[in-house]
Ligand binder design. Sequence first.
Ligand code: WTA
Length: 653
Amino acid sequence: MADAEQTHETIDAMSWESRRFPPPVEFARHALVADTSMYDEAAEDDEGFWARQAADLVTWATPWTTICNWDLPYATWFVGGQLNVAYNCLDRHVEAGLGHRVAFHWEGEPGDRRTITYADLLDEVQRFANVLRGLGVQRGDRVNIYLPMVPEAAVAMLACARIGAAHSVVFGGFSSHSLADRINDAEAKVLVTADGGYRRGEVFPLKPAADEALTSTPSIEHVVVVRRGGNEVTMVDGRDHWYHDLIAAADPVCPAEPMDSEQLLYLLYTSGTTGKPKGIMHTSGGYLVQAAFTHKFVFDLHPETDVYWCTADVGWVTGHSYIVYGPLANGATSVMYEGVPNFPGNDRFWSIIEQYGVTKFYTAPTAIRTFMKWGDAEPAKHDLSSLKVLGSVGEPINPEAWMWYHEHIGGGRCPVVDTWWQTETGAMMISPLPGATTTKPGSATFPLPGISAELVDDHGQPIRHGGGYLTLTRPWPSMMRGIWGDPDRYLRTYWSQYPGRYFAGDGAKLDDDGYLWLLGRVDDVMNVSGHRISTTEVESSLVAHPAVAEAAVVGANDATTGQAIIAYVILRSGATVDEQALRTHVGQDIGNIAKPKTIYFTPDLPKTRSGKIMRRLLRDVAEGRNLGDTTTLADSSVVAELQRRAGEAPSED
Ligand code: WTA
């Protein structure tokens, strides 16, 4: 964790914002929630509240006997209950006569389209569930998914859920090395991948990266390959199979068997403060309840008329909870888009919203800031009047971006819901309810009904006003159940800082009206374009390069990506390597999202007398701030030298 000095600087960094936006009267009139009764009900009895949501939103094959077992830090929810997550996302809607409803309007980057109804999706999921069984996958096994944004990603996830196998989705932008690490940690039996996918008008190859990973993943017995890119791939006889061949030959019926409420639904790897990614564990009943609850009420979902679009990739938790599980459990109609926002033009998103009549839109601050840069004229080219609610997730949204989003995308009439949550929380935790909450630009406002959040100071004492650390004090249904294979790390990372509290790793502050303002990470995790990357992970990758002796990595403020990765590197004596080669090395090692924006070569790093690298100082240098007292440094001339270099070095775009 950061030292106190570092923390306070983070926490004082923002001034109060006084603009307020009450829910528009017309919006509130049709909203699912337009008053505080749901908050009051949950405050009186949170477990009872969640039990009512569980009964309303999810279909159970066997009722639970205990709502929540809370044995700190382990919670189980809806204990004794049985359900099938895929049944809840598909079969029950089809049984209710909604088979013709569109589940996904899928749009490929080149402009090709597929319309997938709930009946279509159920059919394909049953077939693929049988395919997985045929490849030897059984209840409790792990299946790895490494796909572009194609409907088959949702099919594969739901097929796993149907047969009680856990999926582990790895974002398609991760390198073969990162993929291999995650496959091996999960000991996955089957890998589902694609030949390639479209990105910025070109096909990016995935299967070749998978092939490289597969040279060091002994647990994988079979590989299923979706044809999307049309690029040439090598198929290994007996191990590799084309998705379309298997689907065509598969038995179309695969009954949904009831699973225990605590059956492992998925693992999702996320960066922590050490180099090794953590396999966050999520189970079935509680997860589905909170994903469905939050999706319904935070977006004020009216499934008969809404067209909902979440622009995340399924490789991240936002894609899991708000492209797949939440929307499908609620019988929503979604848009799913394969590519980048600037192909063929900078107005692609706005053109999609206009064409499909999107009503509820969920994206990230980094995207919003990019759209601001591209100019007001891009959204103005399109009719965005179908929009009703705008969501934000992934990092703190600065008030300017919030206002731009509200005015230029929402036409000044759509409530903005800034939703704070994490891979670990599984679903939204802090967010306005659009028909009930008066928002302030830049504030995630209040914990949702049934959620208890509190700020504490360095000593773990609750804070009612001002800056502190964000903690959660009561269990919630979609909370992580642990870190795969590493229970000690679960205790240490989340439950050891403040006794009895879950520590999220974020700083926040409370204003006079009790509004929460998230201030970013207080640990060594960077947030680049809404993606979590650990400084240690990038440092380990840099020092793995033969020319590098030592490296220190910091996240520096960046106007577009939130934070940018800045690396300080000491080369081995006599060794040479250029910046571009090192960036490429990290890209190949971890994935392109982890490439440092700038690398400074330095003969030395600023360290305390006890040998600890002074990250705060490095961040100050990277952000061009004046440095205060550097007398605690082992050698204060290092900093002068670094500042000189920072002034000279060109930055990579
Ligand atoms: C940050 C993404 C401020 C935060 C769902 C958190 C946010 C981390 C917000 C989790 C928000 C996410 N306001 N910060 N609305 N949403 N964060 O696991 O630092 O990829 O701890 O989950 O993103 O990132 P993760």
